[in-house]
Design a protein around this ligand. Structure first.
Ligand code: ZN
Length: 318
């Protein structure tokens, strides 16, 4: 089982090198570097240096489109959205939403530019992190003209009259088709594709995602912060599903452990996730984020150093 950690927030290569040494000393095999629109524009060669340093230390590198176009998870803003009003999600009431439409050709073109930048920076893997529709503005999906036409083509009716079931299916298919296209593009460039579905994403059967041709690693992030009641059983069903589907379609599997917003006493849950992942033969286990996310006040753990120590203890037993 390979062990990973995500890393963000520091763009001074000298300091990153010190942290990477700490990561390597912790017996960790791969690092997930966030690669936001800000990184792409203002830190491109800095990121290239950071990736190179990571590889020189023997770490595999994932690059994560962190908050890019507000389609993926991450605490980062999007300039693409500001400059491309026509590519924004549209609500049922016709208002602009917080995120780019995955069916819009401009969004796809921009994502391919992002992949080009990630390739330049030297990533081995692209980490397609929690693709979703904005929960703030577009829970039902996107109602722009492009989506309206697509829906009519595929479902033979007006998008605004769609049933909740059809809306859910359409959201799922939209995510699926978008991911297929960007994954093919990064595959052609010689990079591998990792997908992390939100654990509560039920728009489409997960097997549709697991079987994507150019997908290499399939996983999810069952964080207890998302399911405070009934966590253990819920987490187990997700781990089991990832394990089964990855095996069926010949992919590697990956499970994430919550290392942010961990309250004192919850460290024991980290061990439960790791043990479940081991029991189901998961190939990769990773944690969000470095040192209990001590440096981002918004989501830091109550005892970040305790979380980090616990993670290293868990990893040392794997
Ligand atoms: Zn749309």
């Amino acid at each position: 089982m390979k062990k990973g950690i995500s890393y963000f927030g520091v763009r001074n290569p000298e300091w990153v090198a010190k942290d990477l040494a700490t990561i390597k000393d912790g017996g960790i095999d791969y690092v997930v570097h966030t690669f936001s629109e800000e990184d792409m524009e203002f830190y491109l060669d800095t990121m290239r240096k950071i990736v190179r340093t990571s590889k020189e230390m023997g770490l595999e590198v994932y690059l994560d489109p962190w908050g890019v176009a507000r389609i993926f998870g991450g605490e980062a803003y999007s300039k693409f959205l500001l400059l491309n009003d026509d590519a924004r999600l549209v609500t049922r009431e016709g208002k602009k939403g917080y995120g780019a439409c995955m069916n819009n050709p401009d969004t796809l073109e921009f994502m391919k530019n992002w992949v080009d930048a990630a390739y330049y920076a030297g990533g081995d893997y692209i980490f397609w992190d929690e693709p979703h529709f904005s929960l703030i503005t577009n829970k039902d999906g996107c109602f722009c003209n492009i989506c309206g036409e697509k829906f009519k083509e595929e479902f033979g009716e007006e998008l605004k009259k769609a049933t909740p079931e059809d809306l859910s299916l359409f959201r799922g298919l939209t995510k699926l088709n978008f991911l297929k296209e960007v994954m093919e593009y990064s595959h052609i460039k010689g990079m591998k594709n990792v997908l992390c579905l939100l654990p509560h994403d039920e728009d489409l059967e997960w097997e549709k995602f697991a079987e994507i041709k150019f997908l290499d690693v399939f996983g999810t992030d069952p964080y207890w912060v998302l399911k405070p009641v009934g966590f253990e059983n819920w987490m187990k069903t997700r781990v089991e599903k990832v394990s089964k589907l990855s095996r069926r379609f010949g992919k590697e599997s990956e499970i994430w452990i919550q290392n942010f917003k961990v309250r004192k006493g919850e460290e024991v849950l980290m061990e439960k996730v790791a043990n479940t992942a081991m029991a189901y033969g998961i190939d990769r286990i990773s944690a969000w984020s470095f040192r209990g996310t001590s440096y981002m006040s918004y989501i830091k753990s109550e005892d970040p150093e305790g979380v980090w120590k616990k993670l290293l203890e868990i990893y040392s037993k794997i």
